[in-house]
Design a protein around this ligand. Sequence first.
Ligand code: UD1
Ligand code: CA
Length: 455
Amino acid sequence: MPNPLDVVILAAGKGTRMRSRIPKVLHPLTGLPLLEHVLRTAASLSPASLVVVVGHGADAVRAAFRDRGLVFVDQGEPLGTGHALLSAREAVAAPRLLVLPGDVPLVPQEALAALIDFHERGGLMLSFLSMELSDPGRYGRVVREDGRVVRIVEAKDASPEELAIREVNSGIWCLENTPELWGALMGLSARNAQGEYYLTDLVAVFAQEGRVDALLWPASDDLLGVNDRVDLARAEAMLRERILHRLMREGVTVVNPAAVYISPDVEVGQDAVIYPGTHLLGRTVVGEGCEIGPGAYLIDSQVEAGARVWFSVLEGAYVGKEAKIGPFAHLRPGAHIGARARVGNFVEVKNATLGEGVKAGHLAYIGDAEVGAHANIGAGAITCNYDGVRKHRTEIGPGAFIGSNAALVAPVRIGEGAYVGAGSVITEDVPPYALALERGEQRIKPEWAKKRGER
Ligand code: UD1
Ligand code: CA
């Protein structure tokens, strides 16, 4: 049964400290927007509805997350976190609300579940996650009297004594969806250092009735708020480390984790070895026992077991079992490399299938092509797939041999087991097992240099 809970994510703020034209919640963290991280964690609680409050950069945020079953609420001008929640009033119906800032991306599901449990057991009106920091910086301070939470004071409004408090507000709230809540939000004042309606001011309102408490979450890193690009880099480092630790525990060797970048959705099989300077991004899947790197950039690509990829770029590519890619290969979208094939040393493949055991070892371009098993593509061979207007296909049969610097002018077919002589420009189909030569005959002029009087 789904939780009788609605989640409201506050994502309308200006994000001034980012100094960016891009809305803060769209800045990427390990390749995914900040808001995506928050949304996934929120969705893992199966809330009745997921409401996102947008304002600054609203169109861009909506566009980035359309077709996701989210309810968007426009705050208009962002006048503070209290005003942001108030603007979601009509969009929520569940008896309990979980309010999350869009800029706290690392919070784990367990922390949210713990807060909800804490809230429920305490029979509270309002609860929130707090954390202790040795340097509490700009976070809101949690003021306690006799151990009881009485209010939150924002850093900009705090006295020196209050600034010394190390327990701070994470910005993650659990609230009862009652008329009192909305009444209290409407009663907020913006008479403070920032001229904003602070959600944090609700604490003092409900603390008087003893219906407020904070759950101190021991892992403060989990609750890091991203306000500027220094925070963003810290969050990136922490998340990257989490991902790498998970993979290493699952049996992946990562040589120098400080120099390896892996996105959250990437899968890596057991006994794969990842060398420094490797980026595995998007929906990349790496099979068991692969060696990836040094120097590899893979996005949305699939590499089967036992393959090796080094000093190469793969985008939307497929690499079969035990194939060897690199050094310096570029596999572009639609590149499909068969098992045990070899592609490297400045070879580019785009929208082309290379069969099992194909060799394209040096300086070739294979685009819009079908290359049969065990064909050999010589150094400098090119499929001339583009006539300036349209793309055309090249078919190369199994076991064919394409000589160095051959230009295959598409559309064209090279038959099974056929040979194309080096330097040929092939414009007509070559039958199976034939040899095609297209070049001027070599002429020898004996003693030419001597007659010229040079020697
Ligand atoms: C807020 C809290 C602070 C807490 C910190 C934790 C308030 C007043 N302060 O401060 O106590 O320690 O988070 O990270 O709540 N937003 C809107 N509409 C607005 C303003 C903000 O949607 O009008 C959104 C922002 O996009 C952001 C979140 O609310 O995702 C928090 O706003 P931000 O301005 O970053 O608040 P902080 O100063 O970090
Ligand atoms: Ca913030």
